[in-house]
Design a protein around this ligand. Sequence first.
Ligand code: NAP
Length: 266
Amino acid sequence: MKFYVQSRTDELSNQLMETAKNYLEDFGMEWSEEEPDVVLSIGGDGTLLHAFHKYRGQLDRVAFVGIHTGHLGFYADWKPIEMEKLVLSIAKKEYEVIEYPLLESTIHYMHSDEPAVYLALNESTVKSPDVTLVMDVFLNDSHFERFRGDGLCMSTPSGSTAYNKALGGAIIHPSLQAMQLTEMASINNRVFRTVGSSLVLPSHHRCVLKPVKAPDFMVTIDHLHLLHKDVKSIEYRVAKEKVRFARFRPFPFWRRVHDSFIDNEK
Ligand code: NAP
């Protein structure tokens, strides 16, 4: 079995990376940055986002594991002191693989038949570079609303605890094949109107955003920020692909929510 370790590159994460590498090689596992079966991410959830995008083309074979060297993460849920136990379980292949849904974002341009397609583990957001974002929102080809405000965020279930939560969106269990559209500071008065609530869409639905005036947008895909010019539409759906996590012990999602946001003392 082949493995790779992605470090946040701070001193503690680098030290742990060396320890993990030595242990796993002692167990006869092979270091492979090109084609790993297991990727250990050491740092935080942000580190795992980077690891996910690095192996975006090999999601059907790679299983991710996250160790946190700061606070408890949603993807990075192993403590450094559990490293030996973790390495032993990897070497003995004593783990199950769980899958979480991803978001597919397709950006169509006015002067090109070649759309840009991205996969997000957390979310995609759309903002206007310098003016209020004005977008027509279509749900399954039917016009739903004209959005005016700071921006829109479409998140995955596992990304619902990230930016989406800060915007007041709901936390969605990652066993649900869904995506969630959340508003950023919509303008609502007697003239302009949006639904105001987050919308949770199932996997057979799609959401399309169409520019009303300015066609240039800042689109984020997790930690990646890109300016897209001459955009015709942005289409969101639950992706066919899934991300795979190696699970060595039960740590239920709602427990992680509790320990991250309510109380981590017990
Ligand atoms: P960053 O600014 O370094 O990270 C933002 C924070 O989001 C970090 O504390 C990170 O945890 C946490 N995070 C990432 N994924 C999460 C998840 N699924 N559930 C709960 N918390 C999560 O930026 P980055 O490292 O490049 O990460 C990009 C992410 O930042 C985006 O995907 C977006 O979700 C998030 N973000 C959040 C806000 C906000 O909350 N207002 C604004 C912009 C972006 P770690 O410390 O463990 O890495």
